[in-house]
Ligand binder design. Structure first.
Ligand code: HEM
Ligand SMILES: *[C@@H]1O[C@H](CO)[C@@H](O)[C@H](O)[C@H]1NC(C)=O
Length: 538
């Protein structure tokens, strides 16, 4: 295995976790020399340019949104800290809901209120429907040829439309139901065993394994390969894509690969490519042979390879093997951590609030009794479950800053001038906790606040946007929600849950860490005890 891996494992320095890297940068003698040199050159040439050339300042109507003062070269990078969503929230209290930041060389706007989110993601959505090019996804996702990190344009529009129709439609979500049931049944059986001996279960771990198995079976057809450690490989890829990469903000540092990320990305992406090649070839050969296995995402994508995917589009786009691989990778990246982390937070809040747990168990038991397990078709009857999920996603939008957008053309919004290529960061975490919208108990977990307010996440409401909004909002909402609901309903219906002996509901640690998503900083542990009257598995 490559040596760089341990660095990321030991110090999970994700997306914008700047400080450790900046420190490391300064500690390394080689790097610090370069850094000092570049700093000097840059500052020197910048000031000479200003002094000698006196470039005309265009001041009229070019007012930037307010923001904190910046340092040369790094701008505001040093201010982001280890939990950027929290730091940005407190900065926005000082500078306002539309705030300017300078992330190295990249100008950025940070949005921190639902009103501002509506303006950027609804009124001006089309102008912000692109994604910035990020080195990690360029290297891992075949030059961002998939869907999630792909720039706005005819290709992305066609792929998005195709995926929405063929992979995320209601009928497809239902078609994958048996996979969810099968995998969840396996977990319930193993928890029953744990329950017999009063074992403490690593809930974070079993939930992640469950979601991985469901997602891999749905997307790839199976979750295990003899030749490859699929899960480990993807987890390494996820860490690298989520890592804070200085080169994304100070591009001319990229050539030095100071963090070793480029090398690590190339290595992981080569293995992932071999794996995806194997999977696609396997599907191409199997299509005519045994038709009895269920259809997965690879089948659907392979069936349209080399064909036009969007007949209305005058450019007549054809997707090739590389596109298929990139789309598959993006789907895996988008589906696993989001769903697993959501479930982790919901269970944590239920364990902290026995009253809510009891209400939820009663609601489910009133519908299905205590003699059988929950089935997916029961889910639509559970209103309180919806409230619990909406409340958790409000407090823990698992992608707290969504996925960054990029301004396509310069624009003036609320008298603020925003130039093209400005990065748009939407602080969904701050929006969900805005006391002006959610009243002074905004920080409290209180599902009842949703009693008369059913969220549908279809882009009309901006008070809580865990799935984003507008053209780039999550296309997997239905799929994600049904999985999360089913898992929660089943686990609280089949089991009572207790925290380990030394932890009480009021002192359960609820700290998060920052990466592609915000999982719990400490893994959740709990003791299940089986609560159904008759064990009934078919
Ligand atoms: C609870 C589960 C999930 C949550 C909270 C979630 C959240 C999000 C968020 C916040 C975004 C960015 C939206 C934006 O930029 O405005 C996103 C994008 C995306 N999600 Fe999800 N997601 C979930 C599940 C899934 C699943 C299960 C899939 C697919 C199997 C999926 C596929 C995608 C894709 C492809 C994108 C990129 C869309 C684009 O750029 O056009 N998501 N998701
Ligand atoms: C829980 O599982 C994770 C891996 O998913 C592991 O890193 C962690 O150490 C486990 N925690 C305990 C206390 O066993």
């Amino acid at each position: 295995m490559y040596t760089a891996k341990f660095r990321y494992k030991m110090r999970p320095c994700y997306f914008i976790q700047t400080k450790p890297y900046i420190c490391k940068l300064v500690n390394m003698s080689f790097a610090s020399t370069i850094f000092a040199f570049l700093l000097f050159t840059f500052t020197f040439s910048y000031f000479s340019f200003k002094l000698l050339l006196h470039p005309k300042q265009k001041t009229t109507n070019q007012k930037k949104p307010p923001g904190p003062p910046t340092l040369p070269i790094i701008g505001n990078l040093h201010q982001l800290g280890t939990l950027p969503h929290r730091t940005l929230q407190s900065l926005s209290k000082k500078y306002g809901p539309i705030m300017s930041l300078q992330l190295g060389q990249v100008p950025a706007i940070v949005i921190s209120s639902s009103k501002a989110a509506e303006s950027f993601l609804k009124t001006h959505d089309i102008n912000f429907a692109s994604r910035p090019r990020i080195q990690g996804s360029e290297l891992m996702s075949y030059g961002s040829k998939g869907i999630a990190f792909c720039e706005y344009g005819p290709y992305w529009r066609s792929v998005r439309k195709f995926c929405t129709l063929k992979l995320f439609s209601t009928s497809k979500v239902e078609m994958f139901g048996p996979i969810r049931k099968e995998e969840l049944d396996v977990l319930v059986k193993s928890l029953e065993k744990a329950s017999l001996v009063g074992e403490v279960v690593n809930v974070s771990e079993v939930v992640e394994n469950l979601i991985e198995d469901i997602v891999y079976k749905m997307i790839l057809g199976r979750s295990k390969y003899e030749q490859f450690d699929l899960k480990k490989l993807v987890q390494e890829g996820l860490i690298l894509i989520g890592a804070f990469n200085l080169a994304d903000y100070v591009p001319w540092l990229g050539v030095f690969d100071l963090q070793g990320l480029t090398r690590a990305c190339k290595k992981v992406s080569k293995s992932l490519d071999e794996l995806l090649e194997l999977i696609i070839t396997e599907h191409e050969q199997a299509t005519n042979v045994h038709k009895n296995r269920h259809e997965d995402f690879v089948d659907i994508l392979v069936s349209i390879m080399h064909q036009s995917i969007d007949h209305e589009n005058e450019q007549n786009l054809v997707i090739d093997r590389t596109n298929v691989k990139a789309i598959l990778l993006d789907m895996i990246v988008a589906a696993i951590d989001t769903s697993a982390t959501s479930i982790e937070w919901i269970l944590s809040e239920l364990l902290r609030h026995p009253r809510v747990m009891k209400n939820l168990q009663d609601e489910i038991q009133n519908e299905v009794g205590n003699k059988r397990m929950v089935e997916e078709k029961d889910l639509k009857k559970f209103n309180y479950l919806d409230m619990v999920i909406d409340e958790t996603l409000r407090l823990y939008p698992v992608a707290p800053l969504l996925v960054p957008r990029e301004c396509r053309e310069r624009i003036t919004i609320d008298d603020y001038f925003i130039k093209e290529k400005t990065r748009l960061i939407v602080n969904a975490w701050a929006i969900g906790r805005d006391p002006n919208v959610w009243s002074e108990n905004a920080e409290e977990f209180y599902p009842e606040r949703f009693i008369d307010k059913k969220m549908n996440y279809q882009g009309q409401e901006f008070e809580s946007i865990p799935f984003g909004s507008g053209r780039r909002r999550c296309p997997g909402i239905q799929l994600g929600l049904i999985t999360v609901k089913f898992v929660i309903a089943q686990l609280v219906h089949c089991f009572n849950w207790q925290l380990p002996y030394n932890i009480s509901p009021s002192n359960l640690n609820m700290e998060e860490k920052f990466g592609l998503t915000i999982p719990r900083a400490q893994h959740l542990q709990a003791i299940p005890s089986y609560r159904l009257a008759v064990v009934k598995h078919e």
